[in-house]
Design a protein around this ligand. Structure first.
Ligand code: HEM
Ligand code: ISQ
Length: 155
């Protein structure tokens, strides 16, 4: 499925709006992942041996910001320009192998998707509409399937 001009504009606009608050939203995003799937905690090396709150964990902050930025802005722009997400051969390979190594399975991607959509919904407040959900889902699905394809290729 392609990304329409309108969907791209929706993702871009909401991203512009959310950009002001990336560190906070990244933490919220990650907390939502753990809220939806508490067992995910054990998958993340920087959380396993810590009972600290995510906001006090500098490693987590760094990861969460990186991941959150990637999902949103880059994938949206690339979808626009190429009609597909190409994170760059190396990056995509790296993403495939790290997730394979961490034993991330297909259903986990649904959890992360749900957390991402909820983060955007909360962040955009009264600007939120169903078309935005569609647009963000599309952006996420493209990126997720690129990663999954890489994981399957390597497995
Ligand atoms: C690591 C992105 C989906 C679990 C990473 C890293 C990135 C990333 C960029 C490397 C982080 C770094 O080196 O700073 C993404 C994107 C996803 C996605 C863009 C979806 C489109 C998932 C899913 C899971 C997951 C579904 C399963 C819960 C992990 C784990 C690591 C990781 C466990 C290793 C963290 C560590 O212990 O160092 N991911 N990820 N990811 N990801 Fe994802
Ligand atoms: C890695 N992959 C997916 C989601 C994440 C959220 C926070 C930190 C690392 C992550």
């Amino acid at each position: 499925m392609g990304f329409t001009d309108k969907q791209e504009a929706l993702v871009r606009d909401s991203w512009e709006f959310m950009k002001q608050d990336i560190p906070q939203l990244s933490l919220r995003f990650f907390s939502l992942i753990l809220e939806i799937a508490p067992v995910a905690k054990n998958m993340f090396s920087f959380l396993k041996d810590s009972d600290e709150l995510p906001e006090n964990n500098p490693k987590l902050r760094a990861h969460a910001v990186k991941v959150f930025k990637m999902k949103t802005c880059e994938s949206a722009i690339q979808l626009r320009e190429k009609g597909e997400v190409v994170v760059g051969e190396t990056t995509l390979k790296y993403l495939g192998s790290i997730h394979l190594q961490k034993r991330v399975a297909d259903p986990h991607f649904e959890v992360v998707k749900e957390a991402l959509l909820r983060t955007v919904k909360e962040a955009t407040g009264n600007k939120w509409k169903d078309e935005m959900k569609e647009a963000w889902s599309e952006a996420y699905d493209q990126l997720a399937s690129a990663i999954k394809a890489e994981m399957h290729a390597e497995a």
